[in-house]
Design a binder for this molecule. Structure first.
Ligand code: ADP
Length: 284
C-alpha cells in the first residue's frame, strides 16, 4: 500500500514537472518570437527615416537649377524630421537601457503645472490640425500651481501618451484633463499628500481588454507583427510606466476597442500652502 502511494505521488510530481516545463518552454518560445518581431520592427523603424535622409540628401546634392527653392526647403524639412525621428528612437533605447541598469536619476524640483497646457499645445496643436482631430486641454481649478516632481520626466511621459493618442486616432478628439484625484482612486500609491491626475483621452481604435496590461511591457504592441498597420517599437509605454514608478506615481489605462482609450497618470504632490495656488481655468 505504501509503495502504491509512493508511486502515485511520484507520477503526480512528474506530471507537474512536465506541465511546468511545457509552460516554461511556451513562454520561452513566445519571448523569442517577441524578440524576432521586435528586431524586425526596430530595423524597419530605423531604416525608414534613414532611407528618406539618404534619398533626399542625394537629391539635394544633385539638384541643379530645375529644383525651385520651395522644393529644396520641403526636402530639407523631411530630412530634418527624419533625423528627429531617429534621435527619438535612439533616446528611447538609451532610456530603456538606463532604466534596466537602474541608472535613471530623478531630479525633483518645483514644477510649474500652469505651464504644462501651453507646452502640450505647442507640441501637439500642429499634429491635431494635420489630422483634423480636436485637441482639448482642461485644467480643474483645484490643481495646485506648483508641484514637486521631476519636470523633465513628467514631460516625457505626457509626450509619449499624447503621441500615442494622436497616432491611434483618426477622427474625433484627444483631451487632456488635469485634476486632483481622490485617494481611493489610486490605491497603489502613497496618497497621504495630494495626487494630481493627468488623463489623456482619445476617440481612437482602443485596446482589447486582454492586451491592456501587456502593452506596458517593453517591445509589446497590440499588433506586433511585421506587417502591422501602425509603426513603432513598443518601447514608449514601458518607459512611461518605469518613469512613473520612479516619480512615485501610477499609470492606468481604460479602453474599449473601437471607442477609444484613456491613460491616466497619477503623480503624488505636496499640498503645503506655499505650493498651492489657483490656476486660471484653462479652456474649461
Ligand atoms: P509603440 O507606440 O511604439 O508601438 P508603446 O509602448 O507606446 O509603443 O505602445 C504599445 C502599444 O500599445 C501600441 O503599439 C498600441 O498597440 C497600444 N497603444 C498605446 N497607446 C494607444 C492608444 N492611445 N490607442 C490605442 N492603442 C494604443
Amino acid at each position: 500500500e505504501e509503495q502504491k502511494q509512493f508511486a502515485e505521488q511520484r507520477a503526480y510530481d512528474l506530471k507537474k514537472a512536465k506541465d511546468e516545463l511545457e509552460e516554461y518552454s511556451l513562454k520561452l518560445q513566445m519571448s523569442s518570437q517577441y524578440k524576432t518581431d521586435f528586431l524586425a520592427n526596430m530595423s524597419h523603424e530605423l531604416r525608414t527615416p534613414l532611407n528618406s535622409i539618404l534619398i533626399l540628401s542625394q537629391m539635394l546634392m544633385e539638384s541643379n537649377t530645375e529644383m525651385d527653392s520651395a522644393e529644396v526647403s520641403e526636402y530639407a524639412r523631411v530630412v530634418n524630421t527624419s533625423g528627429g525621428d531617429l534621435l527619438r528612437l535612439i533616446d528611447d533605447i538609451l532610456d530603456l537601457s538606463k532604466i534596466e541598469a537602474g541608472k535613471i536619476e530623478i531630479l525633483t524640483d518645483e514644477v510649474n503645472v500652469t505651464e504644462i497646457p501651453q507646452m502640450m499645445r505647442n507640441l501637439f496643436d500642429p499634429v491635431a490640425a494635420n489630422k483634423n482631430v480636436m485637441f482639448n486641454v482642461l485644467t480643474d481649478p483645484d490643481v495646485p500651481a506648483v508641484i514637486l516632481t521631476d519636470g523633465q520626466r513628467l514631460q516625457q511621459i505626457l509626450k509619449n501618451l499624447l503621441s500615442n493618442a494622436f497616432k491611434f486616432t483618426e477622427r474625433g478628439s484627444v483631451t487632456v484633463r488635469m485634476e486632483m484625484a481622490a485617494p481611493e482612486e489610486v490605491p497603489d500609491i502613497q496618497a497621504e499628500e495630494g495626487v494630481l491626475a493627468i488623463s489623456v483621452t482619445d476617440t481612437g481604435i482602443g485596446i482589447p481588454l486582454e492586451k491592456q496590461q501587456i502593452i506596458f511591457d517593453a517591445f509589446q504592441q497590440v499588433d506586433g507583427t511585421t506587417n502591422r498597420q501602425y509603426g513603432g517599437t513598443g518601447l514608449g509605454l514601458s518607459i512611461c510606466r518605469e518613469f512613473t514608478k520612479l516619480l512615485g506615481g501610477a499609470l492606468h489605462v481604460q479602453s474599449e476597442p473601437g471607442k477609444g482609450s484613456t491613460f491616466t497618470l497619477y503623480i503624488p504632490c505636496k499640498l503645503e500652502s506655499d505650493y498651492y495656488g489657483r490656476v486660471d481655468d484653462y479652456g474649461l
